[in-house]
Design a protein around this ligand. Sequence first.
Ligand SMILES: Nc1ncnc2c1ncn2[C@@H]1O[C@H](COP(=O)(O)OP(=O)(O)O)[C@@H](O)[C@H]1O
Ligand SMILES: [Mg+2]
Length: 246
Amino acid sequence: MTKDKSTDFVLQACDVSKHYRTTAGEVRAVKEVNLRIREGEFVAIMGPSGSGKTTLLSMLGALESPTEGEVLLQGRDLGRLRSRELAMLRRFQLGFIFQSFYLVDHLTAFENIRFPLGFNVKMEPGERDDRAVRLLGMVGLADRSDHFPRQLSGGEQQRVAIARAMANEPAVILADEPTGNLDQRSGNEIMDALEDLNQRLKQTLVVVTHDEQVARRARRLVLLEDGQVMEDRDLVTDAADMNMER
Ligand SMILES: Nc1ncnc2c1ncn2[C@@H]1O[C@H](COP(=O)(O)OP(=O)(O)O)[C@@H](O)[C@H]1O
Ligand SMILES: [Mg+2]
């Protein structure tokens, strides 16, 4: 796929491969993947365990660099950036949500969300506090501000993680099995919160999941198998087609 330096696409993977050298030989985790994601899209990535979902997401989020190919964020080739610039991108342009919440145990819900705002030199300390309060409200946890992670349910902890990922208004939120450790009800809560961000704030979302219920909420489904894209399907048109057939 030719790369498009314009910012029509917020995120692009162009012929991206990732190979790992292990004692048992070379593992080709991701093979020549092409993906273009527009601003405001909600993309689900599915596939069997070991199909390369986490590896792909890590490359899209500048946490790992491809062995071959290029990843472009807002038209900028990540492979050409200095480590300092990459650190800034990770801090301000990308939001991460993982299966394990990785909240800081000794910080309250408020403080966990406030923490990444501390890097934001464009904000006055007072503004940071206000924003952290607003983010807590946005994920429905205004009354849990002073709770430590251990005093929150799994679903609540994950909602704190979502608010934290949102803190610096990133261009893209990348989530790796965000409901993986949660019961159905908490999982639904998380997906409601993410769907709301996408619909109301046009937040671009890429969510890796093995749960069909979760994937069904997306507008687009990318199916990985053995490191390759087997299918890239527009779920909105599919749903419209189904209605036509009825
Ligand atoms: N750091 C690594 N070193 C060696 N092999 C790895 C590493 N990370 C992932 N792999 C291998 O790459 C493949 C894809 O892994 P992964 O991206 O985690 O898949 P998924 O998230 O779809 O379960 C697997 O075969 C896995 O064992
Ligand atoms: Mg994984």
